[in-house]
Design a protein around this ligand. Sequence first.
Ligand code: SIN
Length: 533
Amino acid sequence: MIRKHIVIVGSGIAGLIAALEIARQHDVTLVTKSELAESNTRWAQGGIAAVMFPDDSVAEHIADTLRVGAGLCNAEAVEVLCSEGPARIRDLIRIGVQFDQRNGELAKGLEAAHSYPRILHAGGDATGLSIELALVHAVRSAKNITVLEHTFANDLRLDAQGRVNGLEIIDPQRNERTMRANAVVLASGGAGQLYLHTTNPSVATGDGTAMALRASAVLADMEFYQFHPTALTMDGNTFLISEAVRGDGAVLLDANGRRFMQHIDPAAELAPRDIVARGIARQMAMQGGAPVMLDATLLVAKNGADFLAQRFPTIDAAVRHRGLDWSRDPIPVTPAAHYWMGGVRTDIWGRTSIPNLFAIGEVACTGVHGANRLASNSLLESLVFAWRCAAFLNEGREHDGLPGLTERPLPVPLEATPTAQRIDRTTLQTLMWNAAGIERNGVTLQQALSQLQNSRVLGASIADLETRNLLQLASVLMTASLAREESRGAQYRDDYPERSTSLQHSLLYAKNSEVSWSPGPNQNPLTASSSPR
Ligand code: SIN
């Protein structure tokens, strides 16, 4: 078989697994804009869901995933996720990930909307970090993988037939270079930095999704952004408080110290995330914007004084660092932007609509999460679909585009108007939080979209390039949100509060992007006068 050069963008679980697997057959270059170990994966707490116990079943994991996805899941992708998940977890264990054990067996955790406690965790609440470090170690020891850290992936390179043949990068010395590639795999994660409050690290700026958009890839279901119900909030900063804390029995209290979630959903604090996040947001509105309280003191009463520090060491340290003692007092929490269900449209092998371009993990939209993701299915998704993408490439199969794309995508303009005003990242994030957050409305969305379409980002630092990516993605998210005149899963429109009976995915692609994004040699498209925002 011909040995190819495959470029992977991103170093979370999806990128690292893809690199390890693809390097069995091809030469791999892995590009990451920070250190190899920095990614969204590293900060994942709760765990990874998979059917690993004899009294659980794949059918129940599938049913839970479909139910939470609010009728919009791709059933084939869900079947793949849940049925292949256990084998992939065993691969992780072979690579060296040490999941926590109890009585000599894998420890089980419960999280919201799971009908069975099937969540594996490591280091208590340091699951993502444990996985990331084991995979980084494996990648650093592997043959055929070249790692380029502190290297920013700027744009995809396409040949005259519209096939991906390389990647434009900015190296650590700020030189712009083009890398030739037989295929590019986007594993660049999500874009929590779209919002003022997020659980995501600063690297989550949607660079891969924006590159794919500019290359005219089809994106899907971009309106569906998940808000995690519980982020510790203090002085405008947020820190994720894992779903697993509520899974173990912590409850939410209003400003008067009373539980409120049981009036909203029979599953109370363990209802799907969209329901709990909306319930909290409404409760906060009723109490003048003050955060609700998460009471974990019950867990201490039940399990002993050291329980929180032992089961949730990362959260315990973060809470105490902020001067709080959650073993004695409830702590203030609010929802925060967490995970993008939408992304670059792919099939179950990671193929996008552009030949030789693959996408896996949060940057992709296989449709596996539908309109709302089940807790702890994201690490599993990255693992399963990275492995499948690698299998596709290693079998020597050709990627000639996405078969079966019969729907007509909605075009989104990318070019800035001549009168566009400068926008900075905080203004953009505030606009997104207010207009495209947990509850939305057509009038507010339209006003915000008009403002975005009359905005541009000035400057060419890496931070500016990231903000430009965020601006383009914000337009796409709002366009999709306006087009979906219904409330479903993570999208709640107060002008369309009901679920529509006509079920469809939203598909978008960039209009005029070829004109805007085809710079001459050595010309930086982001500073050229004809450049889009
Ligand atoms: C959490 O620990 O609550 C986050 C896990 C997830 O996003 O699924």
